[in-house]
Ligand binder design. Structure first.
Ligand SMILES: [Zn+2]
Ligand SMILES: [Zn+2]
Length: 262
């Protein structure tokens, strides 16, 4: 069992040091833990959303120390990098500066609105919900086409707070999955939704069925924001993936992907 989506206190809205997540993972029998801290972005005002650029070296240091100390588990250096059209030149340069094991590409923002942040949740009331979903999928398609990412993070995240689209979005979703497949990307099967008002994984079971038809690989992530979240609900999620028909997941090493049995 591997968890490829874990945060730390460094992002300012999570609790716990790198070693505390690692020890929680070891206790739960996790074989690989992939840290995917939110990328710092120059010029983005997001004080509780991510570390500052000058804190990034600390992230690297904590991971390196943990890799030296804990030999019984594989610890990977990943990052969760936003897709934000106006910040892409910074993000691209930043990603190219370091050797990551994997890069998760996530859409958290529509224009200036972080629609995943509970602080700005009430904005859902001010926007057309169907338009919000459509904009989201459009941004995911753009993200998938950049070639910068390995994994698409928490697909269908606009449902997080329970706001549902009122129209059928199958066409948008299908088109998006097709582009994910064409660009050889993997879907983060993210259990954080089970801890949120929506009480569902990302992506939904229905979307995962479509993803299987497209032969899109999947990888499990807890999106842990505290050590106890590591591998959250992984047993039942793995059972669900098997029931849908998935037989494989994947692992990374310096951005090289390998399939392994689920
Ligand atoms: Zn976070
Ligand atoms: Zn995220």
């Amino acid at each position: 069992m591997n968890d490829y989506h874990v945060h730390t206190f460094l992002c300012k809205h999570a609790e716990g040091q790198v070693y505390e997540y690692v020890e929680s993972a070891i206790k739960k029998g996790v074989e690989q833990i992939g840290f995917a801290e939110h990328i710092p972005i120059r010029g983005l005002h997001d004080p509780d959303g991510r570390m500052r650029i000058d804190e990034f070296e600390l992230y690297l240091k904590f991971i390196k120390e943990a890799q030296k100390k804990y030999k019984e588990i594989k610890i990977l250096l990943g990052i969760e990098a936003d897709y934000m059209p106006v910040h892409m030149s910074f993000i691209e340069d930043f990603l190219n500066q370091y050797t990551f094991d994997f890069i998760i590409g996530s859409v958290h923002f529509i224009d200036e609105w972080d629609f995943t942040n509970p602080l700005y949740q009430k904005h859902y009331e001010n926007y057309d919900i169907d338009h919000t979903y459509r904009q989201y999928y459009k941004l995911v398609r753009e993200a998938a086409g950049t070639g910068l990412y390995d994994i698409i993070g928490h697909f269908d995240i606009p449902k997080k707070f329970g706001y549902r689209a009122t129209v059928d979005l199958s066409r948008d979703i299908n088109e998006t999955l097709k582009i994910i497949k064409d660009n050889d990307l993997v879907l983060d099967v993210n259990t954080s939704g089970l801890r949120k008002p929506v009480k569902e994984i990302h992506p939904s079971e229905k979307i995962l069925q479509q993803a299987l038809e497209y032969n899109i690989p999947v990888i499990l992530g807890s999106d842990a924001h505290q050590p106890s979240h590591v591998a959250y609900a992984f047993e039942e999620t793995r059972d669900l993936l098997k029931k849908i028909g998935f037989s494989e997941t994947c692992v990374y090493d310096k951005r090289k992907r390998k399939s392994i049995p689920l």
